[in-house]
Design a binder for this molecule. Structure first.
Ligand code: PEP
Length: 269
């Protein structure tokens, strides 16, 4: 039986300004209330808005008494100073963020971030008391060479190898094959589970069962309410990082309900 609480995390990317975000949260509040969403025994829900919407989202969540967590999509590795345009981990922590996405494939592509940057970002997030969601995953090129698992596990290893057991236990990994993001073509449940199992095995080999058993491994890539149930069948898949479908409150709430039911059926939680 797994004691890992599944997470349904919405990555809004560069969508929903603070006014639109308020509309989203109000609709989500109504949907979760209507579904009698039980935060204690259901999937954890988190929203990662653009920086400019974080405060509005957080204030509204509090006002509506919604136990939905808030996160950021990126962070600077540096703690402060003359770095125009950057946002520190401490600033995010002071805003009430619980999670920070690190190394999303769009950031790796458009703002070239190498593993050294990501090591420092993961450390900054952990040091500020938040949890990093480290994104890894192969492109079609690695997949066509049959090296997708080595590639994704290698990315995990490169960024997390020097963490202590206590730090590693607080990590979340999002396996997001680049070819599956945003295009409507999700990985199969078997592909998602194989990657999650390989990543968990890496933690088992490096840190032992105590750490491997608590690290949450998410799948991301064209998740929606039609494929969420089958993707959750994998014993090592602990929820989702969701892009497009997370911009629609009805779809997002539906996925949270599906993940809860699938986790109960799978793990007997
Ligand atoms: C993402 O960007 O993290 C993502 C998974 O996007 P989508 O769900 O739209 O594929």
């Amino acid at each position: 039986m797994s004691r890992r609480t599944p997470l349904v995390a919405g990555n809004w990317k560069m969508n929903l300004d603070h006014v639109e975000a308020a509309g989203f949260v109000q609709r989500l509040s109504w949907l979760l209330h209507d579904a009698r969403y039980d935060y204690d025994s259901s999937a954890e829900i988190a929203i990662m808005p653009p920086y400019t919407s974080i405060r509005s989202v957080q204030v509204l969540l509090q006002a509506e008494r919604m136990r939905v967590k808030v996160g950021a999509q990126n962070v600077s590795a540096i703690s402060g100073g003359a770095f125009t345009g950057d946002i520190s981990a401490r600033m995010l922590q002071r805003l009430g963020c619980s999670y920070v996405i690190v190394g999303h494939s769009e950031r790796r592509k458009y703002h070239p971030e190498d593993d050294v940057d990501l090591v420092d970002k993961v450390r900054a997030v952990l040091a500020a008391g938040m949890q990093p969601i480290l994104c890894v995953g192969e492109s079609l090129s690695e997949r066509s060479q049959g090296i997708e698992l080595e590639y994704a596990v290698g990315q995990v290893s490169d960024v997390t190898r020097d963490l202590s057991d206590a730090e590693a236990s607080r990590l979340l990994i999002a396996y997001e094959p680049v070819w599956a993001i945003g295009g409507g073509m999700s990985a199969t449940p078997k592909t998602a589970q194989n990657a999650a199992a390989a990543i968990r095995q890496h933690f088992r080999d490096r840190y032992g069962e105590a750490v491997a058993g608590v690290v949450r491994i998410l799948y991301g890539g064209s998740v929606n309410s039609n494929n969420a149930e089958s993707l959750m069948q994998g014993a090592d898949v602990d929820g989702f990082l969701i892009g497009g479908a997370a911009l629609k409150p009805d779809e997002f709430a539906k996925i949270a309900g599906i993940v809860t039911l699938a986790a109960v059926a799978r793990d007997g939680r």
